[in-house]
Design a binder for this molecule. Structure first.
Ligand SMILES: [Zn+2]
Length: 224
């Protein structure tokens, strides 16, 4: 597999550099810095909640959810009782909020979860839930600013709304040019190769339905 394919699957990290104590793709730094400065000029404190995450980190989140050590939430943030679910149903439940290891856009280094720290009241802490970015929530104005300005800096929101796959993630931004380059390397075949060799719970159920899961959750995003 090519180096770039390994990077896109979260299995290689030589493309990453440090930015505000997070790891990001070296090709996004200039645009990210320009965005950061514009966000500040608009009165918001640009804060990164999460940037690059590698395959093994994603696998540990996945396995913790699959095994019940970490709760799987439904659309209304209520924990799901997985006792009566098949492996295939558990896989689908996890994928509403957590990507399949190898198929997370956080592997790319081009994608970040961001918020505006100065919009939180002293007693509030970040939840990364959609209401915070909607009308009445602490980041509503920040979110509106992003909506109208992100594209100027080469970014977009892949999970701007629910499309029957991944839940809405209004905090998740993606560097268009870099992410599109990485996306080309993430196919049912490369995901299969990555997963087949690793300890991933529910592997048989995942591999049996990979082409459909790929269409429903991986490529089912906003246009850019
Ligand atoms: Zn994200």
């Amino acid at each position: 597999m090519s180096t770039i394919a390994l990077q896109a699957l979260g299995l290689e990290t030589s493309h990453l550099v440090d930015y505000q104590d997070r790891l990001v793709h070296n090709q996004i730094v200039n645009d990210l810095d320009a965005l950061n400065k514009a966000v500040k000029a608009a009165g918001f404190e640009f804060t990164i909640a999460s940037a690059h995450r590698d395959f093994h980190r994603q696998a540990s989140i996945w396995n913790a959810k699959f095994s019940g050590k970490r709760s799987i939430l439904d659309k209304n943030s209520i924990p799901i009782d997985t006792d009566s679910l098949t492996d295939s149903e558990i896989v689908e439940s996890i994928m509403l909020f957590s990507a399949l290891p190898g198929a997370s856009r956080h592997h790319f280094g081009s994608d970040l979860d961001i918020y505006a720290k100065n919009c939180l009241a002293p007693h509030e802490s970040l939840q990364l839930e959609p209401w915070e970015y909607q009308s009445g929530g602490p980041f509503y104005e920040f979110s509106c600013w992003l909506e109208s300005s992100l594209s100027e800096f080469g970014f977009f929101k892949p999970y701007d709304k629910y499309r029957g796959g991944v839940a809405a993630e209004p905090w998740h931004i993606s560097h268009i040019k870099t992410a599109n380059m990485m996306t080309k390397c993430v196919t049912p075949n490369t995901i299969r190769d990555a997963i087949a060799k690793q300890n991933i719970l529910g592997k048989a159920a995942i591999l049996a339905e990979l082409p459909r899961l790929y269409t429903q959750y991986v490529t089912n995003i906003a246009k850019n």
